[in-house]
Write a protein that binds this ligand. Structure first.
Ligand SMILES: Nc1ncnc2c1ncn2[C@@H]1O[C@H](COP(=O)(O)OP(=O)(O)OP(=O)(O)O)[C@@H](O)[C@H]1O
Ligand SMILES: [Mg+2]
Length: 403
């Protein structure tokens, strides 16, 4: 296999239906596609690992494919986390900077965030992200980065995204069993947002909804920051299962019918539309009947999403509307049902294309993986900038000491 490289970014999305690995590399400061692997998931249930050995086998298969395409050795990755065990909460806290006014340092920002995050949380909860919504300096709100400003009291409003500790540990163990070290974990909806939403949309208020196979992940952005994260326990597999039961056919056949002819708006399907199917018996299948089975499930999904947004107090914050990603976003009519249930405009979130990326990844179900690559690239660049800053500060201090 190929050589090991420091400029690689490797991400792993262990989805309920599909396990994806994506490799990017940074060449002359440009992030580009390097390779990917994709296999059917195994041992997954409701976005969580139910059986370690088959799940790890799928991860190893995806990783081996990605290694072959990218011609590199893969031994570490960023993992995506999603599923009904995701919870988000908003908190606030702050610090007094001293007796008078003074310049704010990065350490002060860290201390304010530490104060805001110091909340009671159940034992089995892991913090995935600490996302500052805004800083408030001497009662002046709306500050994104207070470093270098002058004041006496610094406060921060924080969104804390948490997940089940055991679910995260299982994902790490699974990756380890497949020979991969996990370097970072990213909330899937936050990742999908990274490659589909514009800065304006995040400022004006938007809901990112990633419709996976077993669950759908929510992240709401308002005034440029994450305001709400949650997960609802309905995904594309529920639509498929409804068809399999309603039409008395196998799940595989129902999946095919859904993808080829499915529509979640009954009135959009002509009354006479039919297709021939051969199994279980040769018959003509009314596409209206298919839509009549699918539409209630779409309405139920969007009802849950609406209730979740209402409980989170963000239903009125969606100035721009809703952006759908995940494989489930491809079902025709889903945008109409979203618009009618949430009463905001909706669009499909196609992920940005990395240079050299093959066309088959140009699909909303790749949004989480592509977004994770962008996210990992951005956080790595931020860490490097911080290391450079602290190195420069150390050098300045050394020079000052030697005079
Ligand atoms: N063209 C399509 N039309 C309709 N549905 C589709 C289409 N392509 C994929 N899907 C559905 O999307 C779902 C899988 O989406 P995705 O790959 O985003 O899920 P996942 O990441 O494996 O699952 P999860 O995020 O829940 O863990 C399946 O239910 C599948 O039926
Ligand atoms: Mg997914």
């Amino acid at each position: 296999m190929g050589q090991k490289q420091d400029n690689l970014i490797v991400v792993l999305d262990m989805g309920s239906a599909t396990t994806r690995m994506l490799v990017g590399d940074v060449h002359e400061h440009v992030l580009r596609y390097r390779g990917h692997g994709v296999v059917e998931s195994s041992g997954m249930r409701k976005g969580m690992i139910a059986e370690l050995a088959p799940a790890a086998k799928a991860v190893r298969a995806a990783s081996e494919q990605a290694e072959r395409v990218a011609r590199v050795n893969i031994d570490a990755c960023t993992v995506g986390v999603g599923g009904p065990h995701i919870r988000g909460l908003n908190t606030s806290g702050g610090i007094q900077l001293g007796r008078g006014m003074r310049e704010i340092t990065r350490e002060d920002v860290r201390a304010a965030v530490d104060h805001a995050r110091a909340i009671e949380r159940p034992a089995d909860r892991e913090i995935l992200h600490l996302l500052p919504r805004q800083f408030i300096l001497d009662e002046q709100p709306g500050i994104f980065d207070p470093v270098g400003m002058v004041g006496a009291r610094l406060e921060v409003e924080l969104h804390i995204a948490t997940c089940s500790g055991s679910a995260l540990q299982s994902a790490v163990t699974c990756a380890n069993r497949a020979g991969l070290e996990v370097t970072e974990a990213v909330l899937e909806a936050v990742a999908s947002a990274e490659c589909t939403l514009s800065g304006d949309e995040r400022n004006l208020g938007v809901c990112l909804l990633d419709i996976g196979a077993h669950s759908s992940e929510i992240a709401v952005f308002f005034e440029g920051a994450v305001a709400y994260t949650a997960s609802v326990p309905i995904g594309g597999a529920h639509f498929t299962n409804d068809l399999a039961i309603g039409l008395q056919m196998s799940v595989a056949q129902a999946e095919e019918i859904k993808r080829q002819y499915g529509n979640v708006v009954v009135t959009a399907v002509p009354q006479t539309a039919e297709v021939e199917i051969a199994n279980p018996n040769p018959q003509r299948l009314s596409l209206r009947t298919v839509a009549e089975i699918l539409e209630p499930r779409a309405r139920e999904l969007m009802y849950f999403v609406r209730e979740s947004l209402r409980q989170g107090g963000v239903l009125d914050a969606l100035g721009v509307g809703c952006v759908l990603t995940g494989g489930g976003a491809m079902l025709p009519g889903m945008l109409d049902v979203t618009e009618s249930q949430l009463r905001v405009p909706a669009r499909t979130g196609m992920p940005v294309r990395l240079p050299q990326m093959p066309a088959e990844l140009n699909h909303p179900s790749w949004a989480a993986s592509i977004g994770m690559v962008l996210y990992a690239h951005r956080t790595r660049a931020m860490r490097e900038a911080e290391d450079n800053r602290s190195l420069r500060a150390k050098l300045r201090a050394m020079f000052a000491a030697s005079f």
